[in-house]
Design a protein around this ligand. Sequence first.
Ligand SMILES: [Zn+2]
Length: 164
Amino acid sequence: MNNSNLQIVPVADMPKYSKHVKDSPKKLYKKFIQLENLCRSLKGSGLSATQVGWPLNMYVICKNNNTCDYFFNCEYYPIGDITIAIKEKILYTESCLSLPNKYYHVYRFNKIKLTGKRLVNMNGTFSIISVNYIVSDNWSQIHQHEIDHAHGILISDIGKVVFI
Ligand SMILES: [Zn+2]
């Protein structure tokens, strides 16, 4: 995990699974800041550890207002009856830093329960908080995309390529 050499690895080199992260908040922050810096430099909205070759369940979501959220050990679950949740999936056009210059149509659950952990920075003090809430619309889509990465799933596996 060399800081200066951190880069997006080719799809063939991406881990197909990820482990739970058990680091202290300080060590975790060092990893997250590397992911954030790379995500920002590539103008991405999210980046998962598997995309840089780390088999870890962790990802960053960088927002327009220059803030970035750090998530780890997260999973998502559709809300309510599964057959209805599947029927009510929303079609999104997505891109991915691991699949440059391509767009895919992907169906996503509109509403998910998100569980896991977040690392938060409170005036320079890092703490880990539990995540257990409902996310919908675009936020739901982004979390599904990033958590799928933790399980080795790319939008090229579950979507259809779009020619724009
Ligand atoms: Zn991606």
